[in-house]
Design a protein around this ligand. Sequence first.
Ligand SMILES: [Zn+2]
Length: 81
Amino acid sequence: MTSRTLDIRPMSKRWGSFTSNRRIVLNVDLVRASPRLIDYVICHELAHAFYPDHGEGWRNLLDTVMPDWMTRKAELESSLR
Ligand SMILES: [Zn+2]
């Protein structure tokens, strides 16, 4: 049996989360988002594997792997609400 590392389910208040048992959960509503915005959520949550909060380390990591993450974040927040 394999353990699941990704769950997709309805979430009322957020697009995704990184759980304490190191799994990524994505909001099923992301199915309506463009792939580049889904990529942002995945990168966002994966960065939490290294940094639990949204502090400087987390931001530096996102800046490195996805330099336009802030643009994508803004797009996501404005497009699907
Ligand atoms: Zn986060």
